[in-house]
Design a protein around this ligand. Structure first.
Ligand SMILES: Cc1cc2nc3c(=O)[nH]c(=O)nc-3n(C[C@H](O)[C@H](O)[C@H](O)COP(=O)(O)OP(=O)(O)OC[C@H]3O[C@@H](n4cnc5c(N)ncnc54)[C@H](O)[C@@H]3O)c2cc1C
Length: 442
């Protein structure tokens, strides 16, 4: 079998890439090992840059119709009081509207729904989009992809091979890149439960020693993320579901009843955060996207976004190669040039956010509360934080910023203008530099 681009893995990254390539007249074949939908929890928060990419792909209306708008990140610090409502200590609201863009919110969309929408988009270009469910990519043999489908093994010859298999990636193994894994002192329990109709705002609720992230989904559901110590899952299970009902109820009384809809530990998924970042994104005519290349701590809600953003840049590059008659393998470096520094930056940002919630000490909490509130109080910090996590641009934090956040320097009174911010948004030349360099424009 022959194709132009072979993609191993039909997750969000692989599907976004395939839909883009097919829409631009590039023959693409995706081997996805699963035959049907997965029940595993995965990323659901789509950040503004991802919404912009989905808009260009022509699926934003459907995505918006399937999502719940998150216009703020809300950080609640509370004290738990036995047999009483929690004592509120501090509420900080960071607003996506501080980002000077028409994509001024994030969206919670069920993971499988996002995949369905991307797959359906690809199918609109049936001449170019070849999706093989239940087909497991095994590795390379004779310069071709070896795939097992219905107990038969066959080979696919392509001009470019993309590893989009997620954390376990035979393509990455074949590229022989280095992967250094970093672990954390905490794990998460994650599960979707019903929510009252009026519970529409996402929030992160913390005490000195607990953390509960709540992110509303459509259809009166809510995705919950509860932090536990690394290795504590077995002990918590032994305490029974009652323990979880009590913990959720104490932190968020509004969910005290709906959490009781959980009646089996199998509904709850253990999420073990860790990070890695490969040293190379391509080698010859092989390239990696999404979790095959990098995994971020889930605290900043970036993993799925990075996968779709990788797919956008690589898809544009490969489509351009075909349109301009340029060899694919000679131009893959552009993909790494654009994406690797951006991913490194967001890996660091997510890691810092994780550290903020990693130490259950009263003094650490005090520092955290002050630092989070200062992001809101200082408009430049507020804009930088939201712009950076939105993916729409990059504005590095300076030493002065960090000193203000740490209360060493006072908050600045100046408001950041939209014009100033526009200089920090990624331009087309920064997203897709090959188009400009080759015309001698940059
Ligand atoms: C519990 C959990 C919560 C998360 N929450 C968030 C969040 O809120 N926000 C966020 O942005 N990110 C989140 N993430 C991360 C996010 O889900 C991933 O970063 C994202 O799914 C990566 O997309 P991907 O396409 O690279 O890989 P995946 O989504 O892992 O897709 C890989 C696909 O490849 C297939 N595959 C694997 N091996 C083979 C093979 N050999 N042959 C053929 N097919 C293969 C798999 O079946 C899968 O369909 C979360 C992850 C988890 C696990």
């Amino acid at each position: 079998m022959k194709t132009e681009v072979f993609i191993a893995g039909g997750g969000v990254g692989g599907l976004a890439l395939a839909a883009k390539l097919a829409s631009r007249g590039v023959h693409v074949t995706i081997a996805e090992q699963l035959k049907s939908k997965s029940n595993a929890y995965k990323g659901e928060l789509l950040q503004p840059k991802t919404l912009a990419i989905l808009d260009r792909l022509g699926v934003l209306d459907e995505i918006e119709a399937s999502g719940h708008v998150i216009d703020q990140l809300r950080f609640h610090e509370i004290n738990i009081r036995p047999n009483d409502a929690p004592e509120p200590l501090q509420l900080t609201e960071l607003n996506y509207s501080r980002v000077a863009s028409r994509y001024d919110h994030a969206l919670m969309v069920p993971h499988e729904r996002t995949k369905d929408i991307l797959r359906e988009k690809g199918k609109e270009y049936e001449e170019f989009f070849h999706y093989l469910p239940g087909a497991r990519f095994l590795g390379f043999e004779g310069g071709m992809a070896q795939v097992r489908h219905q107990k038969k093994i066959f080979h696919i010859k392509a001009q470019v091979y993309i590893g989009a298999e997620g954390r376990t990636s035979p393509t990455r193994d074949a590229m022989n890149v280095s992967v250094k894994r970093k672990d954390y002192n905490h794990h998460f329990l994650t599960v979707t439960i019903p929510r009252p109709e009026t519970f529409t705002k996402g929030k992160i609720i913390t005490t000195t020693g607990s953390f509960l992230g709540l992110f509303p989904l459509p259809n009166n559901e809510i995705r919950t993320v509860y932090l536990i110590k690394a290795g504590e899952f077995k002990k918590i299970k032994e305490k029974g579901l009652e323990h979880l009902y009590r913990a959720y109820g104490e932190l968020e009384p509004e969910l005290a009843e709906t959490v009781k809809s959980l009646d089996d530990w199998r509904q709850i998924q253990l999420m073990i955060p860790y990070t890695y970042h490969v040293d190379r994104y391509y080698s010859g005519n092989l390239a990696l996207i999404g979790d095959a290349a990098h995994t971020v701590h889930p605290m900043a809600g970036e993993g799925m976004n990075l996968a779709i953003q990788d797919a956008d840049v690589l898809g544009e590059l490969l489509a351009w190669c075909k349109e301009e008659g340029k060899p694919y393998h000679e131009n893959l470096h552009y993909y790494e040039d654009v994406r690797k520094p951006r991913v490194s930056f967001l890996l660091t940002l997510s890691h810092m956010s994780a550290l903020v919630y990693s130490f259950p000490n009263p003094w650490w909490r005090k520092l955290r509360m002050r630092a989070v509130q200062r992001i809101y109080d200082d408009d430049q910090l507020h804009v930088k934080q939201m712009l950076n996590i939105s993916g729409l641009g990059r504005w590095n934090f300076s030493l002065v910023d960090r000193a203000i956040q740490g209360s060493v320097l006072p908050v600045r009174s100046k408001q950041i203008s939209d014009d100033k911010q526009h200089q920090k948004l990624f331009s087309e030349a920064e997203d897709y530099p090959w188009r400009f360099e080759q015309k001698g424009k940059v």
